[in-house]
Ligand binder design. Structure first.
Ligand SMILES: Nc1ncnc2c1ncn2[C@@H]1O[C@H](COP(=O)(O)OP(=O)(O)OP(=O)(O)O)[C@@H](O)[C@H]1O
Length: 317
């Protein structure tokens, strides 16, 4: 890695300019995607299956050739200056692709060597400790749990001291606890100054850790926005309040909340903006009680990515 790569003073670590990709069979996976990734940010690329997220990451990492456009990482062109740009990038793939009988330490150290970096046991120790893998360093990969294997993938991607880390679906199919662990790891890496780009299907994931969110659908980048702005604009939450008795009309005392009666008649739906300063939930519950309504159950519902897409597409036509 060069100390001062070209472009390092712009605050933009990765510049994607008009990237398109048509696969051999003629399928258009990306259409003129342009995006600047800021140094030190966590950017979440949200999109459904087949949206083109992996294709975009693969182009940035030099694994797939773009059909048009260019990408620079740390000022280096990912095609013309492949070695320099790739040296700045760590990639955590979707699939666990580790050598089962190798030890954790060898797996991570060997990966560093592949990038032509001199041995640095102190750095590797630091990475393994960060990821709670130090005690497992002599264990074979095959003996590790799925969660530990994911940690090894991250350690491997960090082995050559990248400045940008790409995580492709880091929490697809993992349990809630591991998902939270992953988020903690990502936050800690950001605190260390690493720029992080992750792809995800989960709006909650973007909401939990991203600074900015990009939405990709059918090969198009529909928008890139600060998470807080996006959530405010699109991410409404609903509370479903189930009642002991059926209701025909909303009591006057509750008219200011914009409540809807569920088609079943025995539940009220309250929609609010979680990013707004006041949700109105506390006063709503007070007023429900005052109106003499008896609650049976309360459930919350977050707008799904799909609903957000529908809203987004409606807004564009
Ligand atoms: N090598 C390939 N040849 C032809 N089509 C491909 C190839 N790789 C991907 N595609 C197609 O390109 C589209 C985008 O795929 P991509 O893997 O980039 O999407 P994704 O957003 O990462 O989806 P997922 O969330 O399922 O991983 C898909 O329709 C996929 O089938």
């Amino acid at each position: 890695m060069t100390d001062n790569p070209p472009g390092s003073d712009t605050g933009i670590i990765c510049s994607i300019d008009g990237i398109s990709k048509t696969y051999d069979g003629g399928f258009k996976a990306l259409e003129t995607v342009s995006l600047d990734i800021k140094q030190g940010e966590i950017l979440a690329l949200l999109g459904p299956n087949g949206a083109g997220k992996t294709t975009l990451i693969s182009i940035i990492c030099g694994i797939v050739n773009a059909s048009g456009g260019s990408v620079r990482v740390g000022g280096y062109d990912v095609v013309e200056d492949y070695r320099q740009s790739r040296g700045l990038i760590g990639l955590v793939p979707q699939e666990v692709n580790l050598e089962p009988f190798e030890t954790v330490n060898n797996t991570v150290s060997f990966s560093r060597g592949l990038f032509g970096k001199p041995k640095d046991p102190g750095y590797i120790e630091n990475v393994l400790r960060r990821l709670s893998l130090w005690d497992k360093r002599k264990d074979q990969i095959v003996t590790l749990s799925g969660g530990m294997k994911r940690r090894v993938l991250i350690a491997k991607a960090l082995s050559h001291e990248p400045r940008v880390l790409f995580l492709d679906e880091p929490t697809a199919g993992v349990d809630v606890e591991l998902r939270k662990d992953m988020w903690d790891i990502v936050r800690a890496l950001k605190a260390d100054g690493v720029t992080i780009i992750l792809t995800t299907h989960y709006i909650e994931e973007a909401e939990a850790i991203a600074d900015r969110v990009g939405i990709i659908d059918k090969g198009k980048l529909l928008l890139v926005e600060e998470k807080s702005e996006l959530m405010q604009r699109l991410g409404t939450k609903q509370i479903r309040i189930e009642l002991d008795d059926k209701l025909d009309v909303i009591p006057d005392a509750l008219s200011s909340y914009g409540l809807e009666i569920d088609t079943s008649g025995d539940a009220l739906i309250y929609t609010y903006d979680p990013a707004g300063g006041r949700t109105g939930i506390t006063s709503l519950f007070g007023d429900l009680k005052a109106a003499g309504l008896v609650l049976r159950d309360v459930r919350t519902h977050q707008s799904s990515l799909e609903e957000i897409f529908v809203d987004l597409i409606k807004g564009r036509t």
